[in-house]
Design a protein around this ligand. Structure first.
Ligand SMILES: [Zn+2]
Length: 278
């Protein structure tokens, strides 16, 4: 999608992927970029050149140092690279479905920008894709309809449970009696199997929703708000820093409170800091 050569040196992929995983992945002391680079070749979508030179671990994974030392290149299979190069709409749909399967919607724009995928920007795309039969488009539309319905039922239930106030800052602006810029966030992401149920939801204002999905803050088991240690900048103390160590605002009904298992998932998979024990 960026018109780059099919094969890229591992060294370059390592650098870019490390940057992306640090930003969009959970906190990890070591980032294993060699795992996808090496393992994808077993999925019939990816080719690793001169792989016989690479030394592997007992589990069959490549040693990073060996990929570096031999300047190993990897990339999509030739046929797939050709097809995707000629069909940006298809490439975009694949990118979008990958993002939808693995990340909450609040992160999609940032994710595409960070990966240099601009093709989905509004107005740039062919509004009427020609390459897909009607059944595919209808199936897509039905899936979209189901998703919207599920989301709106979940949203309404969560906002009601929280009396339409942000669980962090109590933001509760209404226009004509309708809450604005207030979201129902999934604690455990939908793409990770988090169910659309109130104990997996939080009412959060748009700002705190984004910061939560980015892992800038989380909640401990006792519902105390915990903010990462290395955030700073103008607006930070007022908008987030001051809530560190405070208890979040809970729903009136005890069975609507966030469930421990979903919070644990968020601390392990999203929160960006190890400054606390999981
Ligand atoms: Zn808020």
């Amino acid at each position: 999608m960026r018109n780059e050569p099919r094969l890229a040196p591992f060294e370059l992929i390592d650098r870019e992927l490390t940057r992306l995983l640090r930003r969009f992945g959970p906190h990890r002391a070591v980032i294993h970029t060699e795992f996808p680079f090496w393992r994808m070749s077993k999925d019939d979508v990816w080719e690793v050149e001169r792989s016989h030179l690479v030394s592997t671990t007992a589990k069959g994974d490549a040693h990073k140092s060996s990929l570096m030392k031999h300047d190993i290149h990897g990339g999509l299979l030739e046929a797939d690279y050709e097809v995707l190069g000629h069909d940006p709409e298809l490439a975009w749909r694949i990118a979008k479905s990958l993002a939808e399967a693995h990340f909450p919607g609040t992160l999609h724009d940032d994710l595409f920008r960070a990966t240099g995928i601009e093709i989905g920007a509004p107005g740039q795309r062919d509004p009427e894709p020609r390459h897909f039969p009607d059944q595919v488009r209808e199936a897509d539309a039905f899936e979209e309809y189901r998703r919207r319905r599920r989301d709106s039922t979940f949203s309404r239930a969560v906002l009601d449970a929280y009396d339409s106030q942000c669980a962090v800052c109590e933001f509760a602006v209404r226009v004509e009696d309708t809450p604005v810029a207030l979201d129902a966030a999934h604690i455990k992401w939908h793409g990770a199997g988090g169910p659309p149920e109130i104990p997996n939801g939080l009412a959060l204002c748009a700002l705190h929703h984004r910061l939560f999905d980015y892992g800038v803050f989380t909640m401990l088991g006792n519902l105390e708000i915990r903010v990462i240690r290395n955030a700073s900048g103008r607006g930070f103390p007022e908008s987030l820093g001051r809530f560190d160590g405070k208890l979040m605002r809970t729903p009136a009904r005890r069975d609507h409170w966030p469930a421990a298992e979903y919070l644990r998932w968020h601390r392990r998979q999203v929160f960006k800091s190890r400054a606390m024990s999981p």
